[in-house]
Design a protein around this ligand. Structure first.
Ligand code: PBG
Length: 319
């Protein structure tokens, strides 16, 4: 064929490259994860450039997201105290419930999603009920359901269970419907892997398990077929959007899930993935903006419709 076929013809200038680009990352595809506590606003050492927001500083973050064209935030609460029952997670005046109300009161148009889990609220740091060294699956479901309902009552636009207990999507769907929240979608962390890339998040939320690890409930990195079962089960139980997490070491999973299901697929570009780029940029060995563009593009190219990323605001504002 050569020299009839020259693939460089369509790469010769920016206009051609843009014309034939197969993938783009628009702010409307992004979800911005936000940490909130009852204390003061503070920059996070383990996630440079990100903050632990206060109830007072949160509305400004919401308006920044709206201005940048980012349609949604995903809230994580950092409670003052924890107990054996994770009661702070479903308290009507808990940190997340108050945060949701604070945002919705001022910015009704911003979508507010909430992480539904027990690990930040439970003394054990585990995502399910711990009894005698075991995580009890079925005993965790009513608590997770109660958390989800309390978030919906506070005004959350969608709930995102991240605990990886079996059957929780079905239990939460039933509880939401029973409490008059039939229109609240469930964004399921369907294929959530036991990953070292959650390190900065656990540091920020002090949510590392006190004993053991999460390998009896989060997925094993060696498995891909199992991720398809997780996703299909969650959809059968009523998940509206399914998530793969983390993103970068699991692009193959995103790709396989996208090929298999017909609900929107979300990927979570997690804290450790953010921290790596920040560290590379701080060391002077990476161009941060270019690296962020490349990473977000790769996640979209793999098949993610939506991306939760700590880069959401800076990326959208840089366009
Ligand atoms: C809670 C939860 C975690 C993350 C989101 N929800 C931590 C974990 O499972 O240990 C991680 C997010 C990130 O690293 O950015 N279960």
């Amino acid at each position: 064929m050569f020299p009839k076929t020259r693939l460089r013809r369509l790469r010769q200038n920016r206009a051609f490259r843009d014309l034939v680009a197969e993938t783009d990352v628009s702010p409307r595809d992004l979800i911005y994860p936000v940490f909130v506590s009852e204390g003061h606003r503070q920059e996070l050492c383990s996630l440079p450039g990100q903050y632990r927001e206060s109830l007072a500083s949160l509305p400004a973050v919401a308006s920044r997201a709206l201005d940048a064209g980012v349609p949604a935030i995903l809230l994580f609460g950092i409670p003052r105290t924890r107990d054996e029952f994770a009661s702070g997670a479903y308290d009507a005046d808990g940190i997340v419930q108050r945060a949701v109300r604070a945002v919705k009161k001022e910015h009704e148009d911003l979508l507010v999603f909430t992480d539904v889990c027990m690990c930040q609220y439970q003394a054990s740091g585990h995502c399910g009920v711990l009894r005698e060294g075991r995580i009890l699956n079925d005993a965790s479901l009513p608590i997770l359901s109660r958390i989800a309902v309390s978030h919906a009552c506070a005004g959350a636009d969608a709930v995102a269970p991240s605990d990886m207990m079996d059957g929780r999507v079905g239990a939460i769907r039933e509880a939401l419907d029973g409490a008059g929240h039939a229109m609240t979608p469930i964004i399921s962390y369907a294929a959530k892997y036991a990953s070292s890339f959650y390190g900065p998040f656990r540091d920020i939320c002090s949510s590392a398990p006190v004993t053991g690890d999460r390998s009896t409930y989060q997925m094993d990195a060696r498995n891909a077929v199992e991720a398809l079962r997780e996703v299909e089960l969650d959809i059968a139980e009523g998940a509206d959007i399914v998530m793969v997490k983390p993103a970068l070491s699991y692009l193959d999973i995103i790709c396989r899930v996208k090929a298999r299901v017909d609900v929107p697929v979300m990927a979570y570009n997690v804290s450790g993935e953010y921290a790596l780029i920040k560290a590379g940029a701080a060391a002077g060995v990476l161009d941060e903006d270019a690296a962020v563009r490349e990473v977000l593009t790769s996640i979209r190219r793999a098949g993610a419709d939506l991306i939760a990323t700590y880069f959401a605001l800076t990326y959208a504002e840089g366009l």
